[in-house]
Design a protein around this ligand. Structure first.
Ligand SMILES: NC(=O)C1=CN([C@@H]2O[C@H](COP(=O)(O)OP(=O)(O)OC[C@H]3O[C@@H](n4cnc5c(N)ncnc54)[C@H](O)[C@@H]3O)[C@@H](O)[C@H]2O)[C@@H](O)CC1
Ligand SMILES: [K+]
Length: 495
């Protein structure tokens, strides 16, 4: 088990819990959380507010209350559930808290300044949007943590967040820190999770488990490919990439993909632009070889991107078909995905391909491919990515906060590099160029996808660290930062 990377769905966690029912897991969880709380609490020993819900997450909260009281914290524990309806472990934790001299409150008390707020309302047992009293507690906890600038520690996951999907159906705790028990939950890293979990710590509760459902992407996934360049090489050694796109007035998207491919180290980059009035040279990057679109396939290519700025004309449809039929590793993005979504004839070409294809939809493109809505895609990003990968027999990256990557055999990953600076035009075009470069250099489709997505996010993170974003971050800057980060990886400095 790699606690830093492994992700577990709640059904798997329930099975693991059941297998270890003889162990005092709630005591271990509460103790680990109390240790974390002790690190976070205001050194002036301001009071601690603990919110306990009606299930085992509430039970964890009672254990935290007991442990913190033993350490002489002033604990105010709020519990409004029916004690008789608590699950057995939680009921025992409540009894122990009361037997130790603790008492519970029915509502959040008025206190001038909290030193720490602990959220033990709901964990992986959330069934629906919190409402009524619990919705009010969530809103109040968020407000008080802001007011007092105090840490808000979520037990297991922020209450109101669906731990499997990262969806928040209603009010949700905005934690500054989360301590996730047994293993990390995927919902902390995608969708609304990253806005609500804060800094995440995993408490394994001393269990050794192995059957992870998914993983977070790490450079370890593609480290074997990060080899220094041999000296005795030439431009043919590093692959030729073709970019097919650039319909009427949309050359920019294709240029960005091409520049990204060139600057990540493709030996040659050819652009086939559909717009007859498109420029024949890129003055910013004159190394790009801009061709008439009908001659693009005559070049000796090792990988092809189809889609950036392609448009949706009948000519564009023909070229998508040609791209799908060509024996080159292929990245399908943007309008190529939209065309694939509406033209049922084309789908079969994906299954008959002799070279791999990779799909990189954003949520709206994914909704078109799946015949669903953006809302449905976003409510279950992992499920949507896996469904597309299975249906199109190709690796897929569902872009967005916590990009979800899926292989056609059902494996999935979440990428945790990147930031909101990537929410601007051209970023997807850049990603497609990065993926194609790695494909053209014989990376496997899976490694090319994981490597490029991780790199793309890491480049944006490096720019934000240097105050070039998130506001105003541009795709062109990400290209240059990706080159820098990648060369750092190659040199072994940032692995
Ligand atoms: N079972 C175990 O062995 C362990 C469980 N642990 C804790 O237990 C949690 C899971 O416990 P539970 O399965 O009891 O689930 P939760 O405590 O997360 O919540 C379930 C309770 O809340 C109610 N509920 C769910 N959504 C609601 C809503 N929107 N409004 C009002 N009530 C709602 C349910 O009816 C149920 O009573 C984990 O997240 C973790 O914190 C830990 O102590 C580790 C060990
Ligand atoms: K919680």
């Amino acid at each position: 088990m790699d606690t830093a990377r492994d992700l577990y769905l709640s059904a798997t966690l329930r099975r693991i819990e059941a297998r270890h029912a003889n162990l005092p897991l709630m005591q271990r969880a509460g103790l680990a959380a109390a240790d974390f709380a002790g690190e976070l609490a205001d050194p002036r020993n301001r009071p601690v507010l603990i919110l306990a819900g009606p299930g085992n997450n509430g039970g964890d909260a009672f254990v935290v209350g007991s442990r913190l009281r033993e350490r002489f914290f002033a604990v105010h524990l709020v519990f409004a559930g029916d004690p008789a309806a608590l699950p057995a472990d939680a009921a025992a934790a409540r009894e122990a808290f009361l037997a130790g001299g603790g008492s519970t409150l029915g509502e959040i008390p008025e206190i001038d300044h909290w030193g720490l707020i602990v959220d033990g309302i709901f964990g992986i047992g959330l069934r629906r949007a919190p409402e009524g009293r619990y919705a009010e507690w969530i809103a109040t906890a968020n407000r008080l943590a802001q007011r007092d600038a105090c840490p808000l520690l979520a037990l297991d996951c922020p209450s109101g967040l669906d731990a499997d999907s990262g969806r928040r159906p209603g009010p949700c705790i905005a934690a500054t820190h989360t301590i996730s028990f047994i293993a990390a939950k995927p919902g902390l890293y995608t969708g609304d999770g990253p806005d609500h979990g804060g800094e995440i710590r995993i408490a394994s509760l001393d269990l050794s488990i192995d059957e992870a459902d998914g993983r977070r992407v790490s450079p370890a996934d593609f480290a074997e490919r990060l080899q220094p360049r041999r000296r005795n090489t030439h431009k043919g050694s590093f692959g030729s990439v073709g970019i097919l796109g650039g319909g009427k007035s949309m050359s920019g998207a294709a240029l960005l993909a091409g520049r990204a491919a060139l600057r990540l180290g493709s030996g040659r980059v050819y652009l086939g632009l559909l717009d007859p009035d498109a420029p024949t040279v890129d003055p910013v990057q004159p190394e790009l070889m801009i061709r008439r679109v009908d001659t693009l396939f005559q070049a000796d290519l090792q990988a092809l991107v189809c889609g950036p700025g392609l448009g949706h004309t009948s000519e564009a449809v023909q070229y998508v078909e040609q791209a799908l039929k060509c024996p080159l590793p292929l990245v399908l993005d943007a309008d190529a995905l939209n065309i694939l979504a509406v033209d049922g004839r084309l789908e079969g070409n994906l299954y008959n391909r002799i070279a791999p294809a990779i799909l990189t939809p954003h949520p709206a493109e994914a909704a078109r491919l799946l015949g669903s809505s953006v809302r449905e895609v976003q409510d279950d990003r992992i499920g949507a990515a896996r469904e597309m990968a299975a249906r199109y027999a190709s690796p897929v990256a569902l872009k967005g906060c916590g990009t979800v990557l899926a292989a056609s055999d059902g494996r999935w990953w979440i990428n945790t590099t990147g930031n909101p600076g990537l929410a601007s035009a051209g970023m997807g075009d850049v990603l497609s160029g990065l993926i194609a470069t790695l494909l053209a250099q014989n990376w496997s489709p899976e490694q090319a996808l994981l490597g490029a997505v991780h790199l793309h996010g890491a480049a944006a993170d490096a720019l934000v660290a240097a105050s070039h974003g998130p506001a105003g971050l541009t795709a062109s800057e990400v290209i240059d930062a990706a080159r820098q980060v990648f060369n750092g990886w190659l040199a072994g400095r940032q692995r």
